[in-house]
Write a protein that binds this ligand. Structure first.
Ligand code: ADP
Length: 647
């Protein structure tokens, strides 16, 4: 360290990241090279982009990455002639975790039981992976813009780093890793060559490796070793290569470079569109949803290139929001190189690319669903809720989305059923697709609303995702079958009844039940929209149904949360006239006023709500009533059981 060196401490989050990287990736040490080469490639992309407007930046040197090793000093060096860094950039980029989303993620990571590679994979360990193999890292860099000063950053990856001025002849960055003792084997060109081929073949710039060549021996002289650079990768951007030339591994490594994800993607597509438009694209569906899929700061979208020049990351304009989980690249020949975000928003070319990409994503999803249903189930598990948003936000895609939807159902409580499969196995006479909405599969499946449908052998979709009510409302029908809520007042079970079956009549209730209904209405007042005789119940005494145009539980909750003062929609209480309890209550109501009747009506009403997860408005009062009823029943039972037999 020289007199001009300044010492800096790492930001606390960086120390956490370093700690996590080292503790969770110890068995994946070799990825360090991929990460550093990937950074070098990004630095070259940035230079090429900036040189579009500032021609002096570039010069006429070839953009490339050079990797070398020193077997005596035990070092590995990765150098690029890319954009480089100023002193301030060095401090910020290699001393802090700058992005607020990353910071939140690091906090989440630190909370989670330490060191889960799947989690850390989403973060992208990047530069800090150097400390997996090195106990000292030096970064010598000189920015393409901003004078001739170079800077040397040095750290042992513990508490902090030093920065000092240092000469570098040309722009770019050189990273020197002083290998840990147990990693000395890495300083062999052969090792490095195999790592580059395995992990970095997709990189669009030449990666040159310094190798030793033995000169032909001359008698009486020591054997001479010459050094020479050899290009190890193809050096052509992956998407420009023929599909037949690429392996699954090539795509997988490219995907990791793009996303920093650890897991392989679940699906991919690679295509070129020719004609009025010319562009090439590679798109992937990740194996796991990012932790911030639903937050505003999610960096989503694909990477945009124009004529092989990198333009921007996270280009949201190229895909509809409900496909925001798709990652990949688009390389357009038609967009201008100086395209900006503002320009993208109302570009006809972008609209046309977006249309093509959307269609290709649907093709990719269809194919996955058809050819690899197990992978599709995983995909649905991770991204189904996001896809469902599209039913509402992009109704023009409804016909392509509907066949991709998957649901739990009364027959498929653990697996998934598609609407087409549901339709194919419908019994004769069924004229609608039925669904119930509930908190969980178990709660929805136990819903009293299903009783009449179950009896007929009809399958019912069990919707538990908060977005379902909204999404299904937008879908309305599938293949000419209406989607009908089994909880809705308009559910016409007579209509649903198979031919020849005794159909429940539409008549007004018998007088005794009518009297009871009036008692219920008097007690419940305007807490309900009304009380009716039920045609859908077989074993339960009562249930609550949603009046036409009303909201189910999820939407109610959402409205309550988002609209202050929203009182909540009213339900209709339905009574099962065949149920023993209802029959006894009828008799009681017929016999005139009784003090218990009002209390029992309250209990029946509260239970109907509980059956679908709605808590009674006054839980304590409900518990007291039930306790009183239980006490009486237990007392009677106990008295009967212990009564001495007649002598
Ligand atoms: P990420 O690449 O995910 O942003 P890293 O920790 O790998 O995270 O790198 C942090 C930042 O350091 C990069 O975003 C980039 O700005 C800068 N950087 C890293 N390597 C280089 C390089 N070789 N040349 C120029 N800048 C670099």
């Amino acid at each position: 360290m020289t007199a001009t060196a300044e010492t800096h401490r790492f930001q606390a989050e960086v120390s956490q990241v370093l700690h996590l990287v080292i503790n969770s990736l110890y068995s994946n040490k070799e990825i360090f090279l991929r990460e550093l080469v990937s950074n070098a490639s990004d630095a070259l992309d940035k230079l090429r982009y900036r040189a579009l407007t500032d021609h002096d930046l570039r010069g006429d040197d070839a953009l490339e990455i050079r990797v070398s090793a020193d077997g005596v000093a035990h070092t590995v060096t990765i150098a690029d002639n890319g954009i480089g860094m100023t002193r301030d950039e060095l401090v910020k980029n290699l001393g802090t975790v700058a992005h607020s989303g990353s910071r939140a993620f690091v906090e989440a990571l630190a909370d989670a039981s330490a060191g889960k590679p799947q989690l850390i994979g989403q973060f992208g360990v990047g530069f800090y992976s150097a400390f997996l193999v090195a106990d000292r890292v030096e970064v010598l860099t000189r920015p393409a813009e901003g004078g001739e000063d170079g800077w040397l950053w040095t750290s042992d990856g513990r508490d902090g780093f030093t920065i000092e001025p240092a000469p570098r002849a040309t722009r770019g960055t050189t990273i020197t890793l002083h290998l840990k003792e147990d990693q000395h084997a890495l300083s062999s060109p052969w090792q490095l060559s195999s790592l580059i081929s395995r992990y970095s073949d997709y990189v669009g710039y030449p990666i040159l490796l310094e190798e030793e060549k033995y000169a032909p021996p001359v008698e009486g002289e020591e054997p001479k070793v010459e050094k020479a650079w050899r290009q190890v990768n193809k050096g052509t951007a992956l998407w420009q290569r023929a599909k037949s030339d690429l392996s699954d591994d090539d795509y997988a490594e490219f995907y990791k470079h793009l996303t920093h994800d650890w897991e392989p993607p679940l699906a991919r597509t690679h295509f070129t569109i020719e004609g009025r438009q010319l562009f090439t694209s590679v798109l992937f569906v990740p194996g796991k949803a990012p932790f911030n899929l639903y937050s505003n700061d999610q960096q989503h979208g694909v990477r945009l290139y124009v004529k092989r020049v990198f333009i921007m990351d996270d280009c949201r304009e190229l895909l509809p929001t409900f496909l925001r989980f798709v990652r990949g690249v688009v390389d357009s020949d038609d967009l201008p190189l100086n395209v900006s975000r503002e320009l993208l928003q109302d570009s006809a070319i972008v609209q046309s690319i977006k249309k093509h990409l959307t269609k290709r994503v649907f093709d990719m999803l269809d194919e996955t669903a058809k050819e690899r249903p197990e992978d599709y189930a995983k995909l649905w598990d991770q991204f189904g809720a996001v896809l469902k948003e599209g039913l509402h936000t992009n109704p023009e895609n409804k016909d392509r989305l509907a066949p991709l939807l998957r649901f739990r159902s009364t027959r498929e409580k653990d697996g998934w059923v598609s609407l087409a499969d549901y339709k194919a196995r419908m019994p004769e006479g069924q004229k609608a697709i039925y669904y119930v909405i509930g908190e969980s599969v178990a709660a929805a499946a136990a819903s009293p609303h299903l009783e009449a449908l179950d009896k007929r052998g009809y399958e019912t979709l069990l919707l538990t995702d908060p977005i379902d009510e909204w999404a299904i409302g937008a879908l309305e029908e599938f293949d000419e079958l209406p989607l009908t809520s089994a909880m809705g007042a308009e559910l016409d079970v007579a209509e649903a009844a198979a031919d020849g079956e005794e159909k429940p009549s539409d008549e007004t209730p018998p007088p005794a039940l009518q009297t009871l209904i009036e008692r219920f209405e008097a007690v419940l007042g305007d807490r309900v929209e009304g009380v009716k005789m039920s045609k859908r119940l077989t074993t339960s005494a009562a249930c609550l149904v949603v009046p036409e145009g009303g909201h189910h539980a999820h939407m109610e909750r959402l409205l309550k949360a988002t609209q202050p003062g929203y009182a909540g929609g009213k339900r209709i209480l339905e009574l099962n006239g065949d149920h023993a309890l209802v029959k006894d209550l009828e008799r009681l109501a017929g016999a005139g006023e009784s003090p218990e009747l009002a209390e029992w009506i309250e209990v029946v009403y509260a239970q109907a709500g509980l059956a679908e997860g709605i808590l009674p408005a006054e839980p304590n009062r409900f518990v007291q009533s039930v306790t009183r009823l239980l006490t009486e029943a237990a007392h009677a039972k106990a008295a009967a059981a212990t009564e001495a037999p007649p002598a």
